[in-house]
Design a protein around this ligand. Structure first.
Ligand SMILES: NC(=O)C1=CN([C@@H]2O[C@H](COP(=O)(O)OP(=O)(O)OC[C@H]3O[C@@H](n4cnc5c(N)ncnc54)[C@H](O)[C@@H]3O)[C@@H](O)[C@H]2O)[C@@H](O)CC1
Ligand SMILES: [K+]
Length: 546
C-alpha cells in the first residue's frame, strides 16, 4: 500500500517540516530539483554525466549547432513549481548542458524560495518570457522541463493551447530523439503535468483547446504521489510517474489517507487442509432463460478464487440451460423468495452475489429485497452488481436496507443512477480547483449507502462508510485496457463474493478482488475475454507464492 496525497496534505507536511526546523523551504526546493535531475539521468542513462563535471556526450548525441552540448529548455511558472525549475536549470547547466529558461509571469512576484533560485540562476544564465519560446516554433532542446504549475494550479490556463498540443504530438512519438537537431525532446513535468488538478486528476478545461495539459514522458513528484497522478485524466498526460524522496518523514494528518492497493499476501489466499465448506459457500442468483451467462461467469470467478462451494440459483425454466454449462458449480431452483428462503436455510451459505444478468422485474426485486433482510432473513455478506444496482437506484426503500456487509460495484453509469447528485458534482464543469474527485465521490457514496462502494473504471476506487479509501491502479505499469470487455464486471463480482465466503471483511474482499482482477488481465494480455479472467488465477497465485 502506498499513500497518495492531496495538495493540502503535501503543503501541510512541508509546512510542518519547515516549522519544526527540520529543513528549510529553500533546502526542500534544492532537493526537489536534484531529484528531478537524478530521475532524468535514471530514465535516460545515455544523458547522464559519467565522468568529470562537464562531460562530453557520446558522438551520436552531438548537436550540430551547440558545440556538442545537450540542451534543455526549462519553462518556469509563477509559483514554487517554477522555483524547482530554476534549480533544475542550474544543476543541468553545472552538468555541462546548454540551458534556456523561459518564465511565465512576473519575476518580481515569485514566492520567496522561487525568487531565491531565480536569482541564483540569473548568475549563470538568462531568462526570457514564455511567449518568446512559444513564438519561436521549434523545440530547440533534448529535454523540455515543465515547471509551469504544480500543486498550486487553481484555475484554467489561457494561451497554452499550442504548447499542450505540441507536447502531446511529441509524446506520441514515444522515443525522444536526443541530439538530433530537429528531433523531438523528452518532456519532463515537475510534480504534475501542468494543467492537471493534483487532487482530482481532472484537467482544467480550456474552451478552445484539447488536450488541456502538458503531455509528458516522465513526471517527477516528491515524497508521495498525488491523487491526481492516478485519477481521471491525470494518467493520460504522462507515461510514467517517479516519486523522489526529499527527506520528509511526516505522514498526512488524515486518520485514513488514500492508498493504492498492492498485492495480497500469499498466506491470505492459501487454503488449509480442511473440507470444502471450511472455505465458504457462495450463492449467486441468475436470471431466466437465456440470461444465465453473467451469473455463470461470476460463479466461475468465485470458485477459482477459492470459495469451497458455489451454487447458482435460477428459475425452473433455466435449469436445463445452466446445467448444460456448469459442472463444479452447483445448481438450485430459485423462482421466488420462498425458494430463496429454503436455500438460505443452509447456514453454510455465507456470501451472496446478486445482479449479474438478474433482470429487473418483480421477481428480481423480491429476491433482492429478501436478501437485504425483508422477512427477517439474516443479512449475509453480499455483492450487489449490475441489475441489482439498477433496482436499488429505483427504490429508496430497498436502498435503505443496505447493510455494512454489502459491497456495491457500480461502473460510471450505474453510479450516476444510484447517486445522481454525487455524480453530477463529480462531472460538473468547474473553473476553480481543487476539483471534487472520484475519491471524494466514492467516499460520499459509501457513507450514504452505509457499505463498501467499489466505483469501477480505469482506476477503481474503493471506499468504506468510515472514510477508508483505496485505489486499484490500472494505469502506467499496471495498464490493462483489455479489461473493458463484456462480462469482466461479472467476474469481478464473483471474485469479491468468493473472497467474502472465505471470511474476509467486505472491504478487504473488494481490495483483493479488484487487484487480482487487474492482475489476471495483465497476465493474459490483449485478446482477453471475460471467460479468460478466472482461468488466469492459478498463474497469478503461483506468482504470488500461494
Ligand atoms: N518550498 C516549497 O514550498 C516547495 C514546493 N515545491 C514545489 O512547489 C509546488 C507548489 O508551489 P505553489 O504552491 O507555489 O504552486 P504552483 O507553483 O503550482 O503555482 C502557483 C502559482 O500559480 C498561480 N496560478 C494558479 N493557477 C493559475 C492560472 N490558471 N493562471 C495563472 N496563474 C495561476 C497562482 O496564483 C500561484 O502564483 C509543488 O508542485 C512543487 O513543485 C517543491 O519544491 C518542494 C518545496
Ligand atoms: K509542472
Amino acid at each position: 500500500m502506498t499513500e497518495l496525497l492531496t495538495a493540502a496534505q503535501m503543503r501541510a507536511i512541508e509546512a510542518a517540516a519547515i516549522a519544526s526546523g527540520e529543513v528549510t523551504g529553500l533546502e526542500l526546493m534544492e532537493r526537489a530539483g536534484r531529484g528531478v535531475v537524478e530521475a532524468i539521468f535514471e530514465e535516460w542513462p545515455e544523458l547522464a554525466p559519467s565522468w568529470g563535471p562537464t562531460p562530453k556526450p557520446p558522438e551520436y548525441l552531438l548537436q550540430d549547432d551547440e558545440e556538442g552540448k545537450l540542451r534543455a529548455v526549462v519553462l518556469c511558472g509563477p509559483g514554487n513549481n517554477g522555483g524547482d525549475g530554476f534549480v533544475v536549470a542550474r544543476l543541468l547547466h553545472e552538468a555541462g548542458w546548454g540551458v534556456e529558461v523561459f518564465l511565465y509571469g512576473d519575476a518580481e512576484k515569485l514566492p520567496q524560495d522561487a525568487r531565491a533560485n531565480y536569482e541564483r540562476w540569473m548568475k549563470a544564465g538568462t531568462i526570457a518570457m514564455l511567449d518568446t519560446y512559444l513564438a519561436r516554433r521549434k523545440w530547440g532542446c533534448d529535454i523540455l522541463i515543465d515547471a509551469l504549475f504544480g500543486t498550486g494550479l487553481s484555475r484554467p490556463l489561457c494561451g497554452f493551447g499550442d504548447l499542450f498540443w505540441n507536447t502531446s504530438d511529441a509524446r506520441d512519438c514515444h522515443v525522444p530523439q536526443f541530439g538530433h537537431p530537429r528531433g523531438r525532446p523528452a518532456i519532463v513535468s515537475i510534480d504534475i503535468t501542468s494543467g492537471v488538478c493534483s487532487d482530482s486528476g481532472r484537467a482544467f478545461n480550456l474552451e478552445d483547446c484539447n488536450p488541456n495539459a502538458i503531455s509528458a514522458h516522465l513526471t517527477v513528484t516528491f515524497h508521495r504521489a498525488k491523487l491526481g497522478h492516478f485519477l481521471s485524466e491525470g494518467p493520460q498526460y504522462t507515461d510514467r510517474v517517479i516519486v523522489k524522496d526529499v527527506g520528509l518523514t511526516l505522514r498526512p494528518n488524515e486518520v485514513r489517507p488514500v492508498v493504492t492497493i498492492s498485492a495480497p499476501y500469499a498466506n491470505w489466499l492459501e487454503k488449509d487442509d480442511d473440507h470444502k465448506y471450511k472455505h465458504g459457500h457462495v450463492l449467486i442468483l441468475s436470471g431466466g432463460v437465456g440470461s444465465g451467462g453473467a451469473a455463470r461467469l461470476a460463479a466461475r470467478g468465485a470458485l477459482r478464487i477459492g470459495a469451497g462451494v458455489v451454487t447458482v440459483g435460477c428459475p425452473a425454466a433455466a435449469l436445463v440451460e445452466n446445467a448444460a454449462q456448469l459442472n463444479a458449480v452447483m445448481l438450485r431452483e430459485i423462482g421466488d423468495s420462498g425458494d430463496l428462503a429454503d436455500v438460505l436455510g443452509d447456514e453454510r451459505i455465507n456470501a451472496l452475489c446478486v445482479g449479474p444478468g438478474l433482470g429487473l422485474g418483480d421477481r428480481e426485486r423480491e429476491l433482492v429485497s429478501f436478501i437485504l433482510g425483508e422477512g427477517g432473513v439474516k443479512p449475509r455478506p453480499t455483492v450487489l452488481d449490475a441489475d441489482a444496482l439498477t433496482l436499488l437506484a429505483a427504490d429508496q426503500e430497498l436502498f435503505s436496507r443496505l447493510h455494512s456487509d454489502c459491497v456495491l460495484t457500480p461502473h460510471a453509469g450505474e453510479f450516476a443512477r444510484l447517486f445522481p447528485d454525487i455524480a453530477e458534482k463529480l462531472n460538473a464543469p468547474s473553473s476553480v480547483g481543487p476539483f471534487y474527485s472520484k475519491v471524494d465521490a466514492t467516499r460520499d457514496a459509501a457513507r450514504r449507502a452505509g457499505c463498501v462502494v467499489l466505483f469501477k473504471g480505469a482506476n477503481t476506487v474503493i471506499a468504506d462508510p468510515k472514510g477508508g479509501c483505496s485505489i486499484n491502479t490500472s494505469v502506467y505499469d499496471r495498464r490493462a485496457p483489455w479489461l473493458a470487455t463484456a462480462g469482466s464486471g461479472d467476474v469481478l463480482a464473483g471474485f469479491i463474493a468468493g473472497i467474502m465466503a472465505r471470511q474476509f471483511a467486505p472491504v478487504y474482499a473488494a481490495w483483493m478482488g479488484a487487484w487480482l482482477h487487474t492482475e489476471c488481465a495483465i497476465k493474459f494480455g490483449p485478446g482477453l475475454i471475460a471467460e479468460d479472467l478466472p482461468e488466469q488465477l492459478p498463474a497469478v497465485f503461483r506468482d504470488l507464492g500461494v
